[in-house]
Design a protein around this ligand. Structure first.
Ligand code: NAG
Ligand code: NAG
Ligand code: NAG
Ligand code: NAG
Ligand code: NAG
Ligand code: NAG
Length: 647
């Protein structure tokens, strides 16, 4: 966010110095009490006598803490107060409400607690109010609705309770509203339909009830709308067709109701369009390829049918295309893979065709399709992956009964002597990597849209991990902004024990820092069955940098084990840095418990059903794949994203 007042410069110019006007004594007294209450005097160097001293070191826009004033000929008032990301703690002191001329209050990214006092409604000149990323509890005070001059309100990433008050509908000047991960729940009040000036609305990760409000479609100034992981029901209202200024639209994980993409007809400004798991039916409109700025298109986990439009090849800005887990069929239009495309995920669709030979610049995921990828230089593993489709019975000559992976790290033995394979390969935004021993594969799809550290799909720490004798195992992890999927390959059919090792290593564990306020939540599926929902490692392990092992039992009926870690839009987005969310796993150990007793056909059918795909030529594809593989064998492919090591 980091949203700062642009009106500030104006105030500075207005400030007069000639007559040295006095600051209102009541405000001098109050600000000094506030400074001591939050213990920031040593960081401020402030003059106790006059916080509005001309050209003070604490007054420039970049100062932090910052106090800035507006002076008339006779008197100065404090108008700006910023104490940003300095880990001040405790509650908001009553003295704050004596600074009645405040127009800009920024307390973002601290560990303030208690409730947001109703007296905040007395600061009626406020234009920019930011108390996001703190530890506030209690209700959202209805009195916020009295701040009718507000242009920006940020209360996201807190532990607030209850519903959004209807009085917020009085904030008709509001341009930016950040309420993501705030803790609010329940229905979205109809009164919010008055917020017609909104340009940015972040509302993801709240437990709202009801449908996506129709009235959002009347906010015709909206540029950014985030509604991921909210519990809201679909459909995406057709009224959204009027949101022609939208640049960034992210909605995910809607309740059961079908949506269509018809509303996109005139949304020509879109740059990011992410509609994951929204129950979208129908075909991908050709229209999308005409959007001049569209860079990221994610329509995965929907019910899309028909062909992938070949016209997407004309899309001028498209870099990331995610269409996984739909019902798209026909041949992959190979010229969709343009030179500007960075990642393409078409996994788990009944698609056919070929990936063109020369596609080294891009990461592609075609698992769970009948697409033949001749670039996949690990013929054996790719053949085994076809068993995922479940409609041909797979057998392996030399079946294995276990596999172990040190996710995101190098080969490592645990304290109890299990050897965990190297899984340190750098993956891209739609990658598949098959292990050198052909025992497993990993796929990662998704792009961390605003990660300041660039694309990273592994995490590591130097810190010691507690609650385990195998600390090293947990010092690395794979992370993913969307879907992280491990496949055990060539397994003997039977009953297996799946041990998943977790330790949170990105979020801090320091109760005195805002960096410890993050929440990571994701879901775990094994063999297509959801075994954990809203999994929160820190909560279950009792802190970050603490090891946690979860054990499950699952049956292998067609030689493959599918362990799927999936982000469903929940958790905080940006603590301790932008794009900190989604699944994380430290290590995986899978071993057979017993041979499979029940070999009835129904089990085999179930595998196919879980994957939601129907195909008729998996075995044939393996053969074609092998032939093409041999034909291509001369060409080196070592640096490709899909990579198999020594094979
Ligand atoms: C605070 O003031 C002292 C002396 O008045 C000065 O040396 C120091 O640099 C100042 N610190 C800041 C952060 O302005
Ligand atoms: C404050 O700064 C302005 C411009 O930098 C300068 O003109 C003015 O004299 C300064 N005032 C004082 C009291 O130092
Ligand atoms: C707020 O945090 C302080 C420690 O910083 C603690 O002493 C106090 O009890 C907390 N207050 C509330 C209302 O949770
Ligand atoms: C502020 O809002 C509250 C609740 O919405 C209301 O009861 C109160 O009268 C308002 N105060 C002022 C000064 O407008
Ligand atoms: C936030 O508040 C909770 C109690 O409500 C407390 O357990 C936790 O330690 C606090 N977090 C931080 C980072 O202060
Ligand atoms: C695995 O198969 C056995 C029958 O062999 C069945 O009793 C058991 O419920 C299955 N387990 C799972 C997790 O599906």
């Amino acid at each position: 966010m980091g949203l700062l007042s642009f009106s500030l410069l104006v105030f500075w110019m207005l400030e007069t110095v000639a007559a040295q006007p006095k600051t209102e004594p009541r405000e001098v007294d109050a600000i000094n009490k506030i400074i001591d209450h939050w213990n920031v005097r040593s960081k401020l160097n402030i003059s106790v006598d006059d916080p509005c001293t001309p050209n003070a070191t604490w007054a420039p826009q970049t100062a932090n803490p910052r106090i800035a004033c507006h002076c008339s000929d006779t008197v100065c008032h404090i108008t700006h107060l910023k104490i940003y990301a300095l880990d001040i703690s405790g509650e908001i002191p009553q003295e704050l409400f004596l600074l009645t001329e405040l127009t800009d209050l920024n307390l973002n990214q601290n560990v303030l607690n208690g409730s947001i006092p109703p007296a905040i409604g007395q600061l009626s000149k406020m234009e920019y109010l930011a108390v996001g990323i703190n530890n506030f509890t209690g209700p959202v005070p209805a009195e916020l609705g009295n701040l009718t001059k507000l242009l920006s309100l940020s209360i996201g990433s807190n532990n607030l309770q209850g519903t959004l008050p209807a009085q917020l509908g009085k904030l008709t000047s509001l341009q930016q509203l950040y309420i993501d991960s705030s803790g609010v729940s329940g229905p979205i009040p109809q009164e919010l339909s008055n917020l017609k000036s909104l340009q940015i609305l972040w509302a993801s990760d709240n437990r709202f009830t009801g449908k996506i409000p129709e009235f959002l479609g009347t906010f015709t100034n909206l540029k950014v709308l985030r509604l991921e992981g909210t519990n809201l029901n679909g459909p995406i209202p057709s009224s959204f067709a009027a949101l022609t200024k939208l640049e960034d639209l992210r909605i995910s994980d809607l309740g059961p109701s079908d949506s269509s993409l018809d509303f996109l007809q005139n949304l020509l400004s879109l740059s990011i369009l992410s509609l994951r798991n929204c129950g979208i039916r129908g075909q991908i409109p050709d229209r999308l390829s005409t959007l001049p700025n569209l860079k990221i298109l994610d329509l995965s986990f929907n019910k899309l049918t028909g062909r992938i439009p070949a016209s997407l090849k004309n899309s001028p800005s498209l870099q990331y295309l995610y269409l996984g887990s739909n019902n798209l069929d026909g041949d992959l239009p190979s010229d969709v893979i343009t030179s500007s495309l960075v990642a393409l995920d078409v996994s788990f669709n009944p698609l056919t065709g070929n990936v063109p030979l020369d596609r080294k610049h891009i990461s592609i995921n075609v698992v769970g399709t009948s697409i033949n990828d001749v670039n996949l230089n690990n013929e054996k593993a790719s053949g085994m992956l076809h068993c995922l489709q479940g409609n041909t019975e797979c057998r392996t000559k030399d079946p294995s009964t276990s596999f172990s992976i040190n996710s995101g790290g190098t080969e490592q033995a645990s304290a109890d002597g299990i050897r965990f394979d190297d899984d340190s390969e750098q993956l891209g935004a739609a990658s598949l990597y098959t292990s050198t021993n052909n025992r497993w594969a990993v796929s990662s799809t998704g792009v961390f849209i605003s990660n300041p550290n660039g694309p990273q799909y592994t995490a590591q720490t130097d810190s010691q991990i507690t609650s385990t004798l195998s600390s090293e195992l947990y010092k690395t992890a794979r992370i993913s902004p969307s879907s992280l999927r491990y496949y055990g390959l060539g397994l003997e059919n039977g009953v297996y024990r799946v041990k998943l090792h977790f330790a949170e290593i990105q979020m801090m564990d320091d109760p005195t820092s805002w960096k410890a306020l993050g929440r990571r939540l994701f879901d775990v599926y094994i063999q297509g069955e959801k075994v954990v929902q809203d999994f929160d490692i820190v909560k279950e392990a009792g802190g970050s940098k603490r090891a946690l092992m979860k054990t499950f039992e699952a049956n292998v009926t067609n030689t493959v084990m599918d362990i799927h870690l999936l982000w469903a839009g929940k958790g905080t987005c940006c603590i301790p840095f932008q794009s900190t969310y989604g699944p994380l796993v430290s290590a995986i150990h899978v071993s057979q418990v017993s041979e499979y007793k029940d070999s009835s056909k129904s089990n085999q059918k179930r595998v196919g059903k879980i994957l939601g795909i129907s195909m008729g030529c998996a075995a044939g594809v393996v053969i074609i794949c092998s032939v093409l593989y041999l034909w291509r064998a001369k060409k080196e492919a070592a640096h490709m994203r899909i990579h198999s090591g020594k094979d």
